[in-house]
Design a protein around this ligand. Structure first.
Ligand SMILES: C[S@@+](CC[C@H](N)C(=O)[O-])C[C@H]1O[C@@H](n2cnc3c(N)ncnc32)[C@H](O)[C@@H]1O
Length: 317
């Protein structure tokens, strides 16, 4: 099936509880309301929700904590990110929460931690959380710069919320018997679970363009990923930057594509592509309210179509 026009509902991210310890570049907090709609529309609730490209895992955590699945499996190839999930889900989880809460945050102590080569998984996890909070855009990949001015003149500390982080980590550790983390290639995780019909996958690979800047691991064989996904027994939802080559891959594998609107951190409206076997649960566009930002999308579904025919650049796929 071909692509459907843009869905002009713009999600207010403030309506989604933040459950992840990460502020994640390319994070999908804004997608959570769509994922709720998708999972509720399934004939059966999945027993297990699998997020093979987990990053900050906001979607998977939301599905678990909102009772939309009984178990959660996260996959991630980046060893820094993996160190955080492994630690939180081990008996060291509480210790990490305490370490964050009691850390004496000064420019010197931060720089000291960032200059270290961590010797233990625990130290690596702490260093990763710190990098995620003091580097611009939450980017953990090598080359990311430190905050200078930050928010509200708070400089380096402008995203350091130790008590909030402690609480979020504490909530996750309480549920760790229901959460599994698998380090390594997300495609292997999909393949291992391909024959199960009691699972649902949320697949959010690195952006084809910006991925190179945002993540240490951004090379994904998209052709292989689509081949794999189109054969899984469980249902799935994929999220991509909108790009013609990816849309062609989706069409080739008989998947539907819909463009959805999101507001980025600069409050401009962006479009992202969702792909799945049947996106009819996306339904009719909802009311947009009176926000002027929505006006160019509202009543002009052609803007979506334009993007669909478009000459948008995208990275190598
Ligand atoms: C778009 S981000 C995911 C963001 C996540 N959905 C969130 O809301 O925080 C893609 C993630 O895939 C990871 N990744 C890249 N290649 C991978 C692979 N082959 N297997 C598993 N994870 C991979 C990257 O490190 C990055 O964390």
């Amino acid at each position: 099936m071909g692509a459907s026009p843009a869905t002009p509902r713009v999600i207010n991210v403030a309506s989604v509880p933040h459950r992840s310890p990460f502020r994640y570049p390319g994070g999908k907090t804004w997608l959570v309301p769509y994922v709720r709609g998708w999972l509720r529309a399934l004939p059966r609730r999945p027993h297990e929700f699998i997020e093979p490209f987990a990053g900050g895992a906001i979607v998977g955590l939301s599905a678990l904590f909102e009772g939309l699945a009984q178990r959660l499996t996260l996959g991630e190839i980046d060893e820094d990110i993996a160190s955080v999930w492994k630690t939180i889900l081990s008996i060291q989880g509480e210790r990490l929460a305490l370490k964050i809460a009691s850390f004496e945050f000064t420019p010197e102590s931060v720089k000291w931690w960032l200059s270290q080569r961590p010797k233990t998984l625990f130290d690596r996890a702490f260093q990763t959380i710190l990098k995620n909070r003091v580097q611009r855009g939450g980017i953990i990949a090598p080359g990311a710069g430190l905050f200078k001015r930050g928010e509200n003149g708070r400089g380096l500390a402008s995203r350091w919320y130790p008590q909030t982080l402690r609480r979020r980590i504490g909530t996750i550790t309480e549920e760790r018997h229901r959460i599994r983390f698998v380090a390594g290639d997300g495609m292997a995780l999909i393949a291992e679970n391909a024959r199960r019909n009691d699972v649902a996958f949320f697949i959010d690979p690195p952006y084809t363009v910006a991925g190179r800047r945002l993540y240490a691991h951004s090379n994904v064989d998209h052709e292989r990923l689509f081949r794999l996904v189109s054969r899984v027994k469980g249902d799935f939802l994929m999220s991509y930057d909108d790009c013609p080559a990816i849309r062609r891959l989706a069409a080739k594998h008989g998947l539907q594509t819909a463009l959805v609107a999101m507001k980025n951190t600069h409050h401009s409206i962006m479009r992202e592509a969702l792909m799945g076997r049947d996106l009819s649960w996306l339904g009719e566009p909802l009311e947009l309210g009176n926000d002027a930002l929505f006006e160019d999308i509202k009543g002009n579904r052609g803007s979506g179509r334009q993007a669909l025919n478009g000459s948008l650049e995208c990275g190598q796929v």
